[in-house]
Ligand binder design. Sequence first.
Ligand SMILES: Nc1ncnc2c1ncn2[C@@H]1O[C@H](COP(=O)(O)OP(=O)(O)OP(=O)(O)O)[C@@H](O)[C@H]1O
Ligand SMILES: [Mg+2]
Length: 205
Amino acid sequence: MSAARTGASTGTSTDGGRASTGATVWFTGLSGAGKSTVAGQLAAILAERGERVFMLDGDDLRDGLNADLGFAPEDRAENVRRVGEVALLFARASHLTLVTVISPYARGRDAVRARHAAHQVPFVEVHVATPLEVCEGRDPKGLYRRARAGEIERFTGISDPYEAPAAPEVVLATEGRAPRESALEVLEVLEVLEAGILVPRRAGS
Ligand SMILES: Nc1ncnc2c1ncn2[C@@H]1O[C@H](COP(=O)(O)OP(=O)(O)OP(=O)(O)O)[C@@H](O)[C@H]1O
Ligand SMILES: [Mg+2]
C-alpha cells in the first residue's frame, strides 16, 4: 500500500524513487542516547538513495533561532514548539526532516504531532531508548559529569524529568548495536508505514 501510494504520487517506478511526501522523523531521548549519531547515519543512507533529507538538530537551533530560550519548563516547551514548526515547514517542502532534540515532555511532542496531522504531514516518533546509566557512561559531551557536579541545573534525566513516549512509531535500543544498525531499523519502519513515506527498495537495488 505504501509503495502504491508513493509510486503514484511521484510518478516514479517502485524500485527506488524518491519519497512522495515530506515527513518528519522525530528522534527523542536522553542526552547521549544516540539521536544525532543514528540520525546522521540515516541521513547518509537516505541521501545515497537520492532522497531529499534535512537534519534539524536541537543544539543548532539553540545556537540561533532559540538562543533566547533556557531550560525552564516553559522554555523547553517553546524550544520544542519552534523546532516542530521549522520541521513542519521543511517537511511540507518535501524534505525528509530528521529532528534530533531531547524533547523531554510528552505534551510538547504530542502538540508537534498534532500540528503535523493538521497539515496531513507524516510524523514518525523515534524513541532512542538508551537507559540513563548507559547515556551517563557514554557522556560524549561531558554534560552528565557537569550535571552531577551541580554545574548544570535542570539536566534531563538527572534533575529534570524525561517522559518517555507512550506510543512512538519506533523504539530503538542502541546498546550493543552499531549506529548503522539502529538507522536501518528506522529505515525499515519508514518503508512499511501506511503513510507511504518511502518506497521500499528491492533487494540489491
Ligand atoms: N548504537 C548506537 N547508536 C548511537 N550512538 C551510539 C551507539 N553506540 C554507541 N553510541 C555512542 O553514543 C553517543 C551518542 O551521542 P549523540 O551525540 O548521538 O547523542 P544525542 O542523543 O544526540 O545527545 P544530545 O541530546 O546531547 O545531543 C556517541 O558517542 C555514539 O558514538
Ligand atoms: Mg544530539
